[in-house]
Design a protein around this ligand. Sequence first.
Ligand SMILES: [Zn+2]
Length: 96
Amino acid sequence: MYCRECGKDIGNLKICPACSCDNRGKSRLTAGLLQILAGAAGVGRFYLGYKLIGVLQIAATVFTCGIGGAIWGLIDGILILNGTPKNDADGVELKD
Ligand SMILES: [Zn+2]
């Protein structure tokens, strides 16, 4: 994998040896914003690895002509920004 800050290939290391940035958690802010902006397609959930929830959100969007998925995505995005879930689908704590 590549360091998210400097782009250097750091293999399986979590802490980048070049810039010492922490590459462990996914960004809570990114996930929340993705979900608020594109939650009807479950984008924030897919980003976090919660594929089943993402698929359900797409299904909700399809079956309610967009309204259900958009509302669910908005609420879900706000929840993510406020700390739910704490971890991504791999159990890695999200970075604030
Ligand atoms: Zn780095």
